[in-house]
Structures are given as C-alpha cells and as structure tokens.
Design a protein around this ligand. Sequence first.
Ligand SMILES: CC(=O)N[C@H](C=O)[C@@H](O)[C@H](O)[C@H](O)COP(=O)(O)O
Length: 223
Amino acid sequence: MLIPKGALVVSCQARADNPLHGSIHMSAMAQAAEAGGAKGIRANGEADVAAIRAVTSLPIIGISKVWDDRFPVYITPGFAQAEQIAKAGADIIGIDATPRPRNGNPVERLIGRILTELGREVFADISTLEEGRGAHAAGATYVATTLAGYTEETALRKGPGPDLELLSALVAELAVPVVAEGRFDTPDLVAEAFRRGAHAVVVGTAITNPREITRRFVQAVNP
Ligand SMILES: CC(=O)N[C@H](C=O)[C@@H](O)[C@H](O)[C@H](O)COP(=O)(O)O
C-alpha cells in the first residue's frame, strides 16, 4: 500500500477556467505540498500527472476527468483513461467507483483490470456506504468519500462541511483503508477524520485553489 497511514494527501487540480490551470502551476503546487509535509499528491490529466511525476517521488493518485453528457461518471470512467494516467506516471488510479452508468467497463471489471493489467493500486471514489461495500468487494485498494454530496443520491446530504457520518460508517464496516476526501477544508476537520479512523485525508480546494480561498475570506468580511 503506497499511501502511508496518517498521510495528508494534497489534491493539485485546476480546471481550464482557473487562472492556475496548467502543468507548470500544478507541479509547483505539488512541490510546495511536499515541502509542507504532504505524503501523496492527487492530480488530474496526463499532462499534470507527468509534470508532477517529474518533480516528486511521492505516490501520485492520478485521475482523468472526462465529461460526457450521456453519462454521470466523469472521474476516470474507462480503462483507456486509466491506462493513459498510469503511463503518465501515476502509482495509484483514482476512479469513480459508483455503479452509475459509464462510458466503459462496469466498475468491478474496471477495478480488476487496473489491478491486473496495469499493476496499479485503485483509489475508489464513492458517495455511499453501499458503494463503498461494492468497491471493497471488487478489490479496490482504498475507498474514499470523495463523491459524498456530489451524486444524485447524496445531493441532499451535502452540507458546507464533509460527510463525517459516511466516513465513520465506512471505517466501522470495511476492512480496507478508508480515505477522507471532499470538503475537509480546515486542519481541525483533518484531525477529526483521523480521530474517526481515516487511513489518510485528501485536501484540495483549501490548499491549492487561491481563488476559492480568497472567496472565503471575502465572504467572511462581506457576506
Ligand atoms: C467531486 C469531485 O469531482 N471532486 C474532485 C475530485 O478529484 C475534486 O474537484 C476535489 O477538489 C477533490 O476531491 C478534493 O476535495 P476538496 O477540494 O473539497 O478538498
């Protein structure tokens, strides 16, 4: 298992509408995160993963986001994307592990193929306990709360903070490392995730998105 217990993993992602979009910025973010003590990096897309691989030997959770109006799944929907990200240098492939329709193999098969054909660990993004059980049964290396609040089924549960109840339920039931991800946006929430038994915590926006960080400050003074 490449992500050590107790690790803070920093997600370095910036979409095209973000002024920090681009591999130069994301690889600098990854270096800053490593210097600050991160023990892993999460990154999106071939270019960013390759650029980050060139500057660090930390484990990289690589994902490939592909939006397709016909399907709800956009985080590494198929084997082709997984293979591309593995070739770019990802040690671990992050996938949407919900059973929702996708443009590619069913999720159980996708997990199996990543493990056997690519020889990479699988980081399963899920939104419910049931999905966590499915990902575990299919052999995922890690199960993460990444999609909590972001699927139709869980949209109503989405609050400003993370889904701590889901985290606790997964930890109580699954014999697989459970990773806390999604709206863990303060050091206190990261500490709480570890108290609840998280194997690792992934933080994105609160560390690597200055636009959103600025918005929080502005809203605090000018709500
Ligand atoms: C739902 C979805 O697509 N989540 C994405 C997954 O890669 C990212 O946009 C998040 O930034 C990441 O999960 C980290 O979470 P947060 O930025 O809340 O710390």
